[in-house]
Design a protein around this ligand. Structure first.
Ligand code: ADP
Ligand code: TRP
Length: 333
């Protein structure tokens, strides 16, 4: 086993969707044999936006089931719950005192999520990238697989780690590298090709959930917005505004593990109604086995909780050592 270490997390805030799968989970699965991996249910992050206890509880179990269903192997890697490892929040406070207000105020995700009424957003939503930095640094992760939307948070994490090292004149923290997928790093909404596919988007037609049935997938792709022009290379030309077309082609290319050029070549001149049939079939082929397994795992919640508890104990073991070192470095008793 190499000393490369991966940490990544997903907020349990609803059903996971195709964006989470292509942007994050598919990558987790691809990395699990090469790296030592910590895959986290970011349940404390989920509290930054108002949620109901029962719904949060269900989402935690659904997300854990989705990790397993997508192929994460717990014999080799760790699935754990952020709230079960208290060193994350301890380190988060120390990093709060390292990060600068100006750094946080540049975070675009806060601006997007807080919307027009920033005064009413939770303080947690504002400081969330610091907790995220603690999640990564507490395990001295070398690599962090995430979707493109998390790139800025990763840069902040690197800045915090470097400032800590320089303030305390050491090289304790490893500076983590983001790993962002080349294609479909940002899967867009099926209704609006300029908006990212998201759990929080009101219309369910905007996303493919990992738990969707075959019929739902087919219907959603049928209704997905496109334009009237046939498929051609100009979809990706510099001034192209064919955002929805770009999105569907990128999804297909990622799922099929084929380059954009190959896909464009294969479908050159065809209409989107032809292409959509192929895309639906491919989605059903890839997503159905996952949704079946999610149901199976959810039918044995006791087992699932056992997996989370065992993983969290292992994570605690590593995180405890780091927090003790850090307390010593900063001068706490
Ligand atoms: P959401 O935005 O739906 O609430 P999360 O914020 O929990 O999703 O994201 C979990 C992981 O999935 C992160 O690595 C994130 O970058 C990735 N991800 C989320 N949405 C997308 C998307 N539309 N395209 C690509 N990756 C995504
Ligand atoms: N903030 C991430 C998201 O919304 C989830 C997350 C929390 C995470 N902690 C992390 C991702 C640490 C990578 C590393 O998608």
């Amino acid at each position: 086993m190499s000393n490369k270490r991966v940490l990544s997390g997903i907020q349990p805030t609803g059903n996971l969707h195709l964006g989470n799968y292509l942007g994050a989970i598919k990558n987790f699965v691809a990395m699990q044999n090469e790296f030592q991996c910590f895959f986290m249910l970011a349940d404390l992050h989920a509290l930054t936006i108002k949620t109901q206890p029962k719904i949060l509880n269900e989402s935690i179990l659904n997300t854990a089931a989705s990790f397993l269903a997508a192929g994460i192997d717990i014999k080799k890697n760790i699935i754990f719950c952020q709230s079960k490892v208290s060193a994350h929040t301890e380190l988060s406070w120390i990093l709060n005192c390292i990060a600068r207000v100006g750094w946080l105020s540049r975070m675009t995700q806060f601006k997007e999520k807080a919307g027009s009424n920033k005064e009413k957003a939770s303080v947690g939503l504002y400081t969330y990238p610091i907790l995220m930095s603690a999640d990564i640094l507490i395990y001295k992760a070398t690599h962090v697989p995430v979707g493109d939307d998390q790139k800025q948070h990763l840069e902040l994490c690197r800045d915090i780690a470097m400032k800590f090292n320089s303030d305390y004149n050491n090289d304790y923290f490893v500076i983590p590298e983001p790993i962002i997928p080349k294609y479909a790093s940002r899967v867009m909404s099926l209704r609006d090709g300029r908006k990212k596919m998201s759990k929080s988007e009101e219309s369910d037609l905007s996303r493919i959930n990992l738990t969707d049935s075959k019929d739902q997938i087919v219907q959603k792709i049928k209704k997905a917005k496109t334009d009237n022009d046939p498929i051609s290379e100009n979809i990706f030309s510099e001034n192209s505004t064919r955002y929805e077309a770009q999105n569907l082609i990128k999804i297909y290319s990622n799922l099929k593990s084929e380059s954009l050029d190959t896909v464009l070549n294969d479908f050159n001149g065809k209409t989107f109604s032809d292409f959509k049939k192929n895309l639906s079939e491919l989605l059903v082929e890839k997503i159905q086995p996952i949704s079946k397994k999610i149901k199976q795992y959810r039918s044995e919640d006791k087992e699932l909780i056992n997996v989370i508890n065992t993983g969290s104990e292992k994570a605690n073991h590593t995180a405890e050592k780091t927090i003790l070192d850090i307390k010593k470095i900063v001068g706490l008793l």
